[in-house]
Each structure stands twice: as C-alpha cells, then as structure tokens.
Design a protein around this ligand. Structure first.
Ligand code: IPE
Ligand code: IPE
Ligand code: MG
Length: 253
C-alpha cells in the first residue's frame, strides 16, 4: 500500500469538511531553492491547484476557496504581476474542459475589475461556462483582501440604509455576512496555509472566526494529495467546541 492509500484509509468519510480554504504560499521560495526564476514557481503552482481541485471533488468537499492573488500582491514588481496575470488567464482556460468534466462551478471573489482585460475575460468565460455545474464550488480569490471585502459590505449596507430599504436596527451578523462576497457559502471548516508562514495575510477574516487552522511547511508547488489528506486527517482529530464545553459537544453527537 502506498503512502496516499494508507492516508486515505484514515479519513472518515462521514466527517469530510464542507468548506476548505487554502492560502497557496511558497511558489517563489520553491523556485529559488531550485535556482529558477519566481515565475517557474508560479507555473508549477498551477499543477498543485489542479491536484487540490481534483482531490476536493473526489472527497465530496462542497466548497474550495483558493487565495490566488491578494490586494497587497499588486505591490509586487510589475514583471511578476504581469506574469501572474497571464498565467492565471492561461491556466483557467486550459483547465476549463477538466472543470466541466468534473462538474466544478467557478466563482470569482475579489476586485475583479482590476484584473487585466485578457485574463479577466477568460475568468468570466469560465465562470459563465460552469454556471450550471452542481459539484464542487471553486471560489477563486483574485485581487482579494478581507478588509477590502468587509469595506465593500459596509458600503453596500450603507447604500441600502440610505435608500430606506434597510433599518439599521435589523443589521445582524447573518445580514452582514450575506453582503460578503463568499455568501451564500458556509464559513470554512478548515483553513490550510502552505509555505511555513503562520499568518492570515488579510484572508477571510470574518469567515474564519471558528475555522480550524492548519499550517504546513510544504511549499505550494509541492502540495499533493498526500499533503491534503494529512490536513484532513488532522482536521478530523480536532474537537470543534464553538465556545461550549467538551461535555456539551459530546452530548450533542
Ligand atoms: C504564493 O507564492 C503565490 C502568490 C502570492 C501569488 P509566493 O509568490 O508568495 O511565494 P513566496 O512566499 O515568495 O515563496
Ligand atoms: C498570501 O501570500 C497571498 C496569497 C497566497 C495569494 P503572500 O506571500 O502574499 O503573503 P505574505 O506577504 O507573506 O504575508
Ligand atoms: Mg508568499
């Protein structure tokens, strides 16, 4: 039995996370270690995305949210930004037949209007082409930051109040969350960050209030099904108490 098979045996199919979010970090360091340019790391990262999508589908995960490009990433050298934008547009177009075959629906999260025309059009095409798909929901976060998203939600709510369509007294947590760009997806059960850094880097700050966090030193281009399976096994060993006591949680099972 190979390593992946023995890991798969340890996964409880009854307790698969419904929503997994991933901070895909470490492409640049992966390339540096191999004496290659950072762009080679990003290109290799596309294969890891393919693998993560396929594994999520196979596991029956309903939502996979991938942090592909942050608001702050616009501050990288222009050449790297251009390469990344080109790669994102190229990769989504290349992956489209496979996404359709696997019944994967694409959602775009972030300030998409900042994405250069060619890549943006390819992204929008893939969102439209997969709109009928009912399997995995793949939420691609591009030009995204959580503070941007929360500020946008506040603006939308303020407009509704100003127009007289919303009473400030009726703003609840659920109402606020319904204005976030991840709505109506449930909050992530599991947040994975590759690349060894243990920080959130402006990702899903509202939505991860009770997510289980999993940090791995594996660099994103090396992320494979075994690394993913290990994260799910670790997730399944956690007790999610949501503020209650352990005894209460076990009573409710
Ligand atoms: C993640 O890898 C990809 C993006 C942020 C777009 P990095 O490019 O951040 O790689 P490191 O962290 O420098 O190794
Ligand atoms: C987070 O990675 C953003 C993405 C993976 C898209 P960064 O490499 O930008 O994060 P920091 O700068 O190390 O916090
Ligand atoms: Mg990084």
């Amino acid at each position: 039995m190979n390593n992946l098979d023995s890991l798969l045996e340890r996964i409880d199919p009854q307790r698969i996370p419904q929503h997994v979010a991933i901070i895909m970090d470490g492409n640049g360091r992966w390339a540096n270690l191999k004496g290659m340019p950072r762009s080679a790391g990003h290109a290799e990262g596309v294969s890891a995305v393919h693998c993560a999508v396929e594994f999520s589908s196979d596991m029956g995960i309903k939502y996979l949210t991938l942090y592909a490009f942050s608001t702050e990433n616009w501050n990288r050298p222009q050449e790297e930004v251009d390469t990344l934008m080109h790669l994102i547009g190229w990769a989504i177009e290349r992956e489209l037949p496979d996404l359709l075959r696997n019944n994967v629906r694409i959602h775009l999260i972030g300030d998409i209007k900042r994405i250069p025309d060619e890549a943006r059009q390819r992204l929008i095409n893939s969102r439209e082409a997969t709109a009928h798909c009912t399997g995995l929901n793949l939420m691609m976060c591009l030009s995204y930051s959580s503070r941007w998203e929360i500020t946008e939600a506040a603006r939308l709510i303020a407009r509704e109040v100003a127009a007289g369509n919303l009473n400030p007294e009726s703003i609840s947590e659920d109402n606020f969350a319904s204005h976030l760009s991840t709505s109506p997806a449930p909050d992530p059960d599991l947040l994975i960050r590759t690349g060894g850094e243990e920080r959130i880097s402006n990702f899903l700050l509202w939505q991860i209030a009770y997510s289980e966090l999993y940090f791995t030193p594996v660099l994103w281009p090396d992320f494979d099904k075994s690394t993913y399976a290990e994260a799910i096994i670790d997730f399944q060993s956690r007790e999610r108490r949501f503020g209650m006591t352990s005894a209460q949680v076990n009573e409710n099972i």
